[in-house]
Design a protein around this ligand. Structure first.
Ligand SMILES: NC(=O)c1ccc[n+]([C@@H]2O[C@H](COP(=O)([O-])OP(=O)(O)OC[C@H]3O[C@@H](n4cnc5c(N)ncnc54)[C@H](OP(=O)(O)O)[C@@H]3O)[C@@H](O)[C@H]2O)c1
Length: 324
């Protein structure tokens, strides 16, 4: 029988309940997959706590995974039993098996493992669009990446470095600083101990950054704005420390005609052609060795609550997976 980790009432990690679920045959346009690896993401925490609203209760947590096609529903022609696949989709990911719309799936190339696939579809695709679409990084750009040793962070630092940027990362500990430096950061700031704005000024000789990627939110705002050169771009893409508070648009003027955006992956892969472009670019970067996918923690699916505790208490680095 299929098992899943469901949330019946939003709340703390104890809200994640591992239990049996009924799984009907795949419907029209759906594929039934047996999952081999599930990605752990901070977004899973937002849904669990209710910061992001799930459409209904109970819901199966989780937003990315990889596995093998077991059966296909009526109308599905592109996927067949035995295909190795991965996906990003809102909710439904923390499960041993599931049904999912075929148009969310991509096929995994032979050289990409299930574990890699399970952490590339949300984290990797996010880094892809942030560095190529939200702002197109080019050689010589100076970028600031907060939480540089995190799941998104380590992939973003490597890729920004490979694109020729000068990469400044912020991290919460010395051990994380070493990791960030080994994964493409040119400079690392311990933002719990040092004033990161002053350090960015010092590192850049007051030239500041072309773009700031901020998934930390509340605690790094408004400092992130002060790290940008005139007409730079503030990319607020997450809230690990809490949401960015409302602010006056005039702040962007005060800091030098800045641009600001609050993007999300859904809007960058809504068209199937965009999803395929992103996945192809990402897989090619991994297969060529340009990107290494650091999977530093693995938990049994039934231990999802412990995984959330570790993620929220900043104990994890790089990507983490749950094993069904
Ligand atoms: N908009 C999008 O499309 C999109 C898609 C995916 C993810 N995201 C966002 O990307 C960010 C990173 O996600 P992730 O899954 O890769 O997580 P992660 O970076 O692995 O974990 C979050 C990190 O944030 C830092 N942090 C700073 N203040 C924190 C606090 N008060 N509580 C907990 N952590 C804190 C910690 O690193 P230090 O100890 O080094 O400070 C922690 O390790 C999240 O904000 C997530 O929502 C956005």
């Amino acid at each position: 029988m299929a098992k899943a980790v469901r949330v019946h009432q939003v709340g703390g990690p104890e809200a994640l309940i591992y239990e049996s679920i009924d799984l009907p045959p795949p419907g029209v346009g759906e594929v039934h997959i047996r999952q081999h690896a599930v990605g752990l993401n901070f977004i899973d925490v937002y849904y669990r706590t209710g910061l992001y609203k799930a459409p209904s209760l109970p819901f199966v947590a989780g937003n990315e995974a990889a596995g093998e096609v077991v059966a296909v529903g009526p109308g599905v022609t592109d996927f067949h039993p035995g295909d190795r696949v991965a996906y990003y989709a809102n909710l439904g990911g923390y499960a041993t098996e599931r049904n999912i719309a075929a148009d969310k799936l991509v096929k995994l190339p032979d050289h990409i493992t299930y574990e890699q696939g399970a952490v590339l579809m949300l984290k990797g695709l996010t880094v892809w669009y942030l560095l190529h679409k939200t702002f197109k990084i080019e050689p010589g750009h100076r970028v600031l990446i907060h939480a540089a040793a995190g799941g998104i962070g380590l992939i973003a630092c490597q890729w920004a470095n490979a694109l020729g940027a000068n990469v400044i990362g912020t991290v919460g500990s010395k051990a994380k600083a070493e990791l960030a430096l080994a994964n493409g950061c040119d400079h690392v700031i311990l933002y719990n101990e040092e004033n990161f704005v002053e350090r960015v000024k010092q590192i850049s000789r007051n030239e500041l950054c072309d773009v700031v990627y901020d998934g930390v939110g509340k605690t790094t705002f408004p400092g992130s704005l002060s790290c940008l050169k005139p007409r730079g771009l503030f990319v607020s893409f997450g809230n690990a420390s809490g949401p960015v508070p409302p602010f006056a648009l005039a702040e962007l003027n005060n800091h030098g005609s800045l641009f600001a955006t609050r993007p999300k992956l859904n809007d960058y892969v809504a068209k199937r052609a965009d999803l395929i472009e992103g996945a192809d670019t990402l897989f090619a970067a991994v297969i060529s060795g340009k990107l290494h996918v650091p999977i530093n923690h693995a938990y049994a699916l039934k231990d999802a609550a412990q995984a959330h505790i570790d993620l929220e208490s900043r104990k994890t680095t790089g990507a983490s997976i749950l094993k069904p």
